[in-house]
Structure formats: C-alpha cells, structure tokens
Design a protein. Structure first.
Length: 262
C-alpha cells in the first residue's frame, strides 16, 4: 500500500484552511497512487495555539470529521488525521483513521502527554492499542511521544500491527527521535512505522520535520527534509512477512524474565 506522509503544519488556528490543505494533499497523493494519507499531530487546528486548542476541539463525529470523510471518498484514499477531540467534559489529543469510502475505522487518544501545554489542555487516553484493518494490513495508531516508550510499540507488535501510524509534533533539539529512534522501533518490533511531523515555527517551538516511513529492516523508505513536503513510500506485506521470518524477536522473547521481581 502506497502511503503518503503530509509533512505540514497547515494553517495554525484555522480548521477551514487546514481542511483545504488536506484536500489538496489528498488530491496529489491519490494521483501518485497512494491508498493512505497521514497528517502531523493536531493538523486540524495547529499545535501551539494556546487555549484556542480547547475552543476548536470537535467530537470524533463532528463537522470536520464529516468533511474529511467526504475528502477521503472523493479522492478514494484512506486518511489518518490528528485533531483535538472533545467529549462530554474532556479534550483529548487524538488521531482518527477514515477509510477510502469515508467510514470512520478507528480513533486513538494519546496516552502519554508531553510537556506543560499538553498536560494543561488534554486528558490522556487509557487504551494503549487501537487498530483497524486496511487493505489487508493491520494498522495501529499512536501519537508522537507515545512511540518513544518502547512498551507502546511492543504492545502493538504483540497485537499484530503491521503498519503503525504516528502523527507527531517533534521539535528541536529532539530530531534524533525521527532519525534514530523510529527506525529502531520499526526493526525491533518488525513493523512499518509512518512518523509524520510538523515543520517551521509556532510560537516558541520550532518543529524538526524529517518525517519518515521506516521498514521492518530499520531502513527509511522515505524521509522528508525540513520544509513543507508530501513524501510517499510503499508498505510491502511480502517484505514484512520475510523480515518477520528472519528476525525472530517476538518468538524469542522470554516475558517471564521482564516483570518485576518480588
């Protein structure tokens, strides 16, 4: 499955403009043969927008979700987009996966919040593994900081995730996460990881770019630079199966050794 990574910060503070940016990217991705488009963290609204993040939050089945479902169906590709999700009394940092016919397949709420801004504005999710089936692949969802905890990626590996989608807002000076941590996570868990970042300056934050799709061999199939970019790479089930056969990490685990000792 050809996968498109939309490395963009969109237009922080404007849901309407970000929906336009997403529609244009979906058109380009579909024309390039992509079956899936993935955005950066909080693409729908912007990340460093202060209290406006709460004002712009929407439910998982809100107006923006309907608009993105129409975009997915119009261009014939699945879309994973990150947004602030409003529930009855809380706001979550979320990512939702929509199929190529506009069906909402899965919604994940970030479980590990990073920094004062996120802790002030979001409630962490409590479901570590959220998955959906897409074009014969088991697709899992995490967000940014989540993938820096090895337990999260391993939980997905044990649950059978083939392709892990990780919208992110990675900032300087942590670019080593994109360059080194993500490919290692892909290798040690024998999966593909699509890690999709923001770019440029937002408030006091400078985002690092370097979005990548890393394969189960630890090799980046594509890597963006430091600017706005749409990059594409293929997720190959045959390569994944062969890699898992040759790299028996999951089969050779000894879980009884890893728990706390009394």
């Amino acid at each position: 499955m050809r996968t498109a990574l939309l490395q963009s910060s969109g237009r922080p503070g404007s849901v309407a403009e970000n929906l336009k940016v997403l529609d244009e990217a979906a058109d380009r991705a579909a024309a390039a043969g992509a079956g899936l488009l993935v955005t950066s963290e909080l693409f729908l609204t912007g990340y460093a927008i202060g209290d406006d993040i709460t004002v712009l939050a929407e439910p998982a089945d809100g107006d923006a979700a309907d608009a993105i479902a129409r975009t997915a169906a119009r261009h014939g590709l699945a879309i994973a987009y990150s947004y602030p999700e409003r529930t009855d009394d809380t706001v979550h940092n979320s990512v939702q996966l929509v199929s190529a016919d506009g069906t909402r397949l899965a919604n994940y709420r970030k479980t590990h919040l990073f920094g004062g801004f996120e802790h002030e504005h979001f409630t962490p999710g409590d479901q570590p593994v959220v998955q959906a089936e897409l074009d014969g692949l088991t697709v899992g969802l995490l967000i940014c900081y989540d993938v820096e905890f090895p337990e999260n990626a391993r939980a997905h590996a044990l649950a059978g995730t083939d392709l892990l989608l990780v919208p992110t807002a990675l900032m300087h000076p942590f670019q080593f996460v994109a360059e080194s941590v993500v490919p290692v996570r892909a290798f040690e868990n024998q999966m593909y990881i699509a890690y999709v970042n923001r770019v440029g300056q937002e408030g006091e934050l400078e985002f690092a770019g370097l979005s990548t799709l890393a394969g189960p061999d630890g090799v980046a199939r594509t890597r963006a630079g430091r600017g706005e970019e749409l990059v594409l790479a293929d997720v190959d089930p045959a390569l994944l199966a062969a890699s898992r056969e040759n790299n028996p990490y999951l089969r050779d685990r000894r879980p009884g050794l890893y728990g706390p000792r009394g």
